[in-house]
Design a protein around this ligand. Structure first.
Ligand code: TXA
Ligand code: MG
Length: 470
């Protein structure tokens, strides 16, 4: 880190002279640690503050890291940062040149709009029309869930926010993150930051700085040098929530709040806040209907061909390995109810399901395949897995298990979900664990709270659903 200190001003000068980003140039990407304990916020009144003042401990490593990152942002470069949901890939949302670098670094389709992150309510005015006021329903949600894992679509001032950020749409997804590092970066740079999840497009979202580094850099085989797509990754440790924010559209239809993407804030929690304020399904002119896309709103092909239905149009959350969702009888009913899909085939014992998939794998004839299983510690499926591992068939097929925590804590499963997909997909040479060819994932049986988001991400990651007998 000493070198980061010493080179800070030299780098700032360099940024001013060279605004090129990937792929015109590459970077020797630095991972900069930032401890949240060095950061504090203050503002008048209650959260979310109208104006948030940030303090970063003088002389701390956090201060150096945040200064380097905000200098890069001020010079139209991109920086990865931790949020409470997943890591994001940030650029100045008011600068078209800067934000277009995000799309190139991720390999993101240019018709998939970005969420803009703010550190206080005053920053909203730099995005929305001058005369805009929030609806009572939005005000209730903002006070209940900001800062936090909730993205609200807002009308956008097209003169303020470049088209590339919102992909030509008249709405803008806005979120005030609660992670101190994210919020401090926004507040110190005084820039609203456009930021998608910091994975390479199509890969599982990153929940650690190492995940971002892995997706955003390549090592040159001959020189051993690093070719990165961005200068800095701020490392704030593993993300708490582990799945992305809930995306809510309350602007397309005034009388309706549509949950476009389930996420860190549960639908029931949103419902409870609205009900408490008399804003749900009532007769009053401010009351709204709450509808969840894919659950209360029928799925619709034309809508899904359009990128404004988050995560529908493009392949998502996919590791290289085949992902198979394992659903038991309790989960089967829920999968059908929530998503209108289920295993068409009859229920089979776990050993049979594994055996079938291994036998039909394209490399089954030539290679010894490795199977990964992500499951809850106290589930029937895990007990079945332990039995399978003791059986004779298991010796031909090594199994790597990744724990999704307890069946009683969907929060734990959410926090570990993307980490597990990545860990099993890539293996770990240091630990001597091979990369898995097929990953079986146990579906959660609770679709409330963050359970709905887990189910949604798994549906997208999995090529197949199998109904297992446990
Ligand atoms: O938790 C999160 O939301 C993370 C962190 C970094 O904040 N960000 C994130 O961004 O997940 P991204 O780009 O990976 O996913 C945002 C989703 C996309 O599927 C996009 O299509 C949708 O939100 N979205 C953004 N703006 C939209 C808009 N104006 N209308 C409809 N959908 C929008
Ligand atoms: Mg994403």
């Amino acid at each position: 880190m000493a070198s980061a200190h010493a080179s800070s001003s030299r780098m700032a000068a360099g940024w001013a002279n060279d605004k090129r980003g990937y792929p015109e140039r590459t970077f020797d990407t630095l991972v900069l640690p930032v401890s949240s304990s060095a950061i504090s916020f203050d503002g008048h009144g209650v959260e979310p503050y109208e104006q948030a003042a940030v303090t970063v401990a003088e002389g701390s490593q956090a201060q150096t890291s945040l200064r380097l990152a905000s200098t890069a942002l001020a010079h139209a470069h991109i920086v990865a940062f931790p949020t409470e949901t997943v890591y994001g890939l940030a650029a100045n949302a008011l600068d078209a040149e800067a934000t277009s670098k995000i799309f190139r670094a991720k390999g993101r389709p240019v018709d998939n709009p970005l969420i803009v992150h703010i550190s206080d309510l005053a920053m909203l005015r730099r995005l929305v029309p001058d005369a805009h006021t929030m609806s009572p329903a939005y005000r209730a949600l903002v006070h209940a869930f900001w800062p936090g894992a909730l993205t609200l679509l807002m009308p956008v001032d097209e003169a303020k926010v470049p088209s590339v950020v919102r992909c030509g749409l008249k709405t803008l997804g806005v979120r005030m993150p609660s992670h101190p590092v994210a919020r401090a970066l926004i507040a110190l740079s005084q820039l609203p930051l456009a930021a998608p999840s910091a994975n390479a497009s199509g890969r599982p979202s990153p929940t650690t700085a190492a995940h971002v580094y892995r997706d955003m850099t390549t090592r040159d085989r001959d020189s051993g040098g690093v070719q990165g797509r961005l200068p800095y990754v701020l490392d704030g440790g593993p993300c708490d929530v582990g799945v992305e924010s809930t995306v809510v559209d309350g602007v397309t239809d005034e009388g309706e709040l549509r949950v476009l993407r389930p996420g860190g804030v549960g639908v029931e929690a949103i419902e409870a806040v609205l009900r408490e304020r008399g804003l749900l399904d009532g007769a009053g002119q401010d009351a709204v209907r709450l509808r969840v896309y894919g659950r209360d709103m029928a799925r619709d092909q034309a809508r899904e061909a359009h990128p404004t239905t988050p995560g529908m149009k493009y392949r998502h959350y996919s590791p290289d390995a085949d992902v198979v969702l394992l659903v038991d009888s309790a989960g089967r009913a829920m999968t059908e109810e929530v998503f209108g899909t289920a295993a068409a085939s009859p229920a089979v014992p776990l050993s049979e399901a594994i055996g079938e998939y291994v036998a039909h794998h394209p490399r089954a004839a030539t290679d010894r395949l490795t199977v990964g299983v992500m499951s809850m510690d106290d589930s029937g499926l895990t007990r079945a897995l332990v039995q399978f591992e003791r059986s004779s068939t298991a010796s031909a097929t090594p199994v790597q298990r990744f724990s999704l925590g307890s069946t009683h804590s969907p929060e734990q499963a959410a926090q570990r979900l993307f980490q597990g997909l990545r860990a099993l997909d890539e293996g770990d040479e240091g630990q001597g664990t091979p990369a898995c060819d097929i990953i079986f994932v146990e579906a959660p049986v609770d679709d409330t709270g963050v359970g709905l988001a887990i189910m949604n991400r798994l549906q997208k990651a999995a090529g197949r659903v199998v109904h297992v007998l446990v």
